[in-house]
Design a protein around this ligand. Structure first.
Ligand code: 3PG
Length: 306
């Protein structure tokens, strides 16, 4: 059995070593396609792969057509909006993710970006502190929970809204659960986004939702760029000189944001949330173990295309 690691943005070497150990211990072969620049390279590499480990790499119908021997794709990470699930099901390919494995890394980055922003991007001027500020966590999954834990350490007042998580679960963590996204944005000066990109959430972070955020508002996005209605966010930031947008996923309109909103807009050049050795090891090795479990024992835990 051949397992391909196809990562345009590679894992840390120590994580690849760990993946190799798991795969070879199972008697399988490991192939690596890292830092590829062209889809043709991916189409060629998948030809004889029985399993693939990916990150944000796009696995669409064309990739699945090329991968004639493929049985399983594991997205080493949380969001699987980069995989065409319907096409995978049609090709009889199992798709899994590795929930929770990189969530602390993403949460730490969210808090790190908040500090960076309230300290005026370390430009030497007096900024403000996170302590005492109201933080709204939009979606209380694995990352949201970790953000709450770290934010409480900073002395923030933590609120959350999650359409699918019972309020009691949120409140058990000492976090105030609110009834709607509207209430969250009205209440909190800082909002940290942790919603997945789905048909329902795409473009959902819009002018109407953001306009009522308290003075000195800041939106922190370590989720997906697709959930933001960029045109409406630009309009809002034109109308509100106090509004900051800090993101780990560069918007399509990055140049416009950077030009118009200097001093209150920041984007990492490449998504950094899960770029730690620990997250790479956790997610990469979990992915390798899930592949071995699936190919050897038919274990379908964490399957997302039911
Ligand atoms: C995820 O969905 O797990 C995160 O967005 C990390 O994505 P990455 O592996 O592409 O950095």
């Amino acid at each position: 059995m051949k397992v391909l690691v196809a990562t345009e943005k590679p894992f840390a070497k120590v994580a690849v070593d760990g993946i190799r150990k798991e795969i070879e211990a199972a008697g399988f072969e490991l192939a690596l396609l890292e830092k590829y620049t062209d889809k043709a390279q991916l189409l060629d590499a998948v030809k004889d792969a029985n399993a693939i480990i990916i990150r944000s790499d796009i696995v669409d119908a064309e990739v699945l057509d090329a991968a004639k021997e493929l049985k399983i794709v594991v997205r080493a990470g949380a969001g699987y909006d980069n995989v065409d699930l319907a096409a995978a099901t049609a090709h009889n390919v199992c798709v899994m993710n590795t929930p929770g494995q990189n969530s602390n890394a993403v949460a730490e980055l969210a808090l790190g970006m908040m500090v960076y922003a309230v300290r005026n991007f370390y430009n030497g001027t007096s900024g403000t502190e996170l302590m005492g500020k109201k933080l709204g966590i939009h979606a209380y999954g694995n990352v949201g929970r970790n953000v709450a834990r770290v934010a409480k350490g900073f002395g923030m007042e933590v609120y959350a809204y999650d359409a699918f998580c019972p309020k009691e679960v949120i409140e058990k963590d000492g976090v105030k659960a609110l009834d709607s996204a509207e209430e969250l944005y009205k209440t909190c000066q800082v909002v940290s986004l942790h919603i997945p990109a789905t048909a329902e959430t795409k473009n959902s972070i819009n002018y109407a939702l953001l306009k009522d955020m308290p003075k000195g508002a800041m939106l922190v996005n370590t989720a997906r760029k697709e959930v933001i209605n960029e045109a409406e966010l630009i309009k809002l930031m034109e109308d509100r000189a106090d509004f900051k947008y800090i993101t780990d996923i560069m918007p399509a309109a990055n140049a416009e944001f950077a030009e118009k909103f200097a001093g209150r807009y920041f984007s990492t050049p490449k998504k950094m949330g899960a770029q730690t050795a620990e997250a790479n090891i956790n997610a990469g090795i979990a992915a390798a173990q899930q592949i071995v479990g699936f190919l050897k024992d038919g274990c379908e835990k964490f399957r997302v295309n039911k």
